[in-house]
Design a protein around this ligand. Structure first.
Ligand code: SF4
Length: 427
């Protein structure tokens, strides 16, 4: 059996019901992550120049994305906890005890959306901005503030289609306007794919494109920069489709005229994380492989594919004459993660990993991004990956039909979660 021999949804479920099953299962997979976790989690990067504080909240209330594990934690974040954590974070930045070098870029995020009042209350947000004010006044090296959140938490559209900002966004704009010493204020948003069919049917991340674009326009009008996440190694696509769709998504996100005109995009490959819908799929695939030796493992479950799919997307950016965009494309989540796949790393992985890390530093000369991409494309691993791209069989199946197959496959392997158990939230 191969996913190229897909069958129609056997039960003949109406589309919405079929998707509701899958979305519910994805929510269920995250709920399984509910464990007692610390509320404080700070990370330094680039020898401390970039510092990140993640609030370990109760988890994302807005999505059921198939690749994401942000489900939950039982402990509610309170303003007191925010003050406590900001106190610790600030003293670590100020003393450079943890971070080594003066921090100039700070990212705040949560296990979902820092601007979602159902996850991080308005009182918590007030406490955060109060302490942020103290931090930037004392740590004069901080020049950039970044907040990661879901686009819906930025605001909504009124009956005339005008964008109305949320409480959180209003606070951010006020904060920005009263702190001219902060040269860059950033909102980081998930998007993953410019293809709505892929988002709806395979990523379970419905997005209203018009609302999304209007939220970004509003951010730009208020001098706030936008970083958008785009995925490589997209599930249930052929390798060629994976490259093409990630490439097109990068162009759309960065295009100033017909796209979002984002300042930056982060390209990250799908890796299988524990407690996600796709880790459940992986368990079912492993079971199936044991039962049926002819079963063909989907490519996106391989660590190696996740890396080459990302590199091939970057190579396409270079080869199509868009190399000027490379400065706006960062990469993340490659290798070294706690992956749940079959752990196949490319040959010469250490050199490849070093090059990928260097890509992030955006150096010049031999280590310019373009040279790094071209160097990676000369490796044996990349060449044999591209050979396999040329040989693979393509399919004309729609993304909805692939979701139907997925539904059938999962139902065969384990019972579906009752839809009534976990409501689907429309985004
Ligand atoms: S909306 Fe974001 S945080 Fe929520 S499930 Fe999707 S990717 Fe995860």
């Amino acid at each position: 059996m191969s996913w190229n021999n897909l069958r129609k949804n056997q039960k003949g479920l109406p589309n919405d019901e079929m998707l509701a099953d899958l979305y519910a299962l994805s929510r269920k997979a995250k709920v399984a992550e509910q464990t007692e976790r610390p509320t404080y989690f700070a990370k330094p990067y680039y020898a401390g120049k970039f510092a990140q504080l993640t609030f370990i909240t109760t988890g994302c209330k807005l999505g059921q994305c198939s690749f994401c594990s942000y489900g939950g934690n039982e402990k509610e974040i309170t303003p007191e906890i925010v003050h406590e954590e900001m106190g610790r974070f600030s003293s670590e930045i100020l003393s450079k005890f943890l971070f080594g070098k003066p921090t100039d870029y700070v990212l705040f995020d949560a296990l979902g959306s820092i601007f979602d009042p159902n996850e991080f209350s308005n009182e918590c947000l007030d406490a955060l901005f109060e302490d942020c004010d103290k931090l930037v006044r004392r740590a004069k090296t901080i020049k950039s503030l970044d907040f990661e959140t879901h686009y819906q938490t930025l605001g909504t559209l009124d009956e005339n289609g005008e964008f109305l900002e949320s409480y959180a966004l209003k606070k951010l704009v006020e904060f920005k306007n009263s702190h001219p010493e902060i040269s860059t204020t950033v909102i980081e948003l998930g998007f993953e794919s410019a293809n709505k069919e892929i988002r709806d049917n395979l990523l379970f991340k419905p997005i209203d494109d018009e609302k999304y674009k209007k939220a970004i326009d509003y951010l730009h009008q208020n001098g706030i920069e936008v970083f958008v996440n785009v995925m490589a190694n997209m599930p249930f696509l052929t390798k060629q489709e994976q490259i093409d769709t990630s490439y097109e998504s990068l162009l759309k996100v960065l295009d100033n005229e017909n796209g979002f005109g984002a300042e930056n995009v982060c390209l990250f490959p799908l890796n299988i994380r524990k407690n996600t819908f796709y880790s459940h799929v992986l368990d079912c695939v492993n079971k199936k492989e044991k039962q049926n030796k002819d079963f063909q493992r989907p490519v996106w479950l391989d660590e190696e594919n996740s890396i080459w799919s990302m590199v091939a997307t970057l190579k396409k950016v270079v080869d199509s004459g868009h190399e000027d965009l490379l400065d706006k494309i960062n990469i993340a989540w490659f290798g070294g993660r706690e992956v749940y796949s079959n752990d196949v790393f490319p040959k010469d992985w250490e050199q490849i990993y070093d090059d990928l890390m260097m890509f992030r530093f955006n150096l010049s000369g031999d280590n310019s991004r373009k040279n790094i991409v071209n160097r990676l494309a000369e490796t044996d691993g990349y060449k044999s990956y591209m050979e396999s791209v040329k040989k693979e069989k393509q399919t004309s199946l729609s993304h909805r039909e692939r979701a139907e197959y997925l539904h059938d496959f999962l139902e065969e392997s384990s019972p579906m979660v009752a839809q009534s158990e976990i409501p689907v939230i429309n985004m």
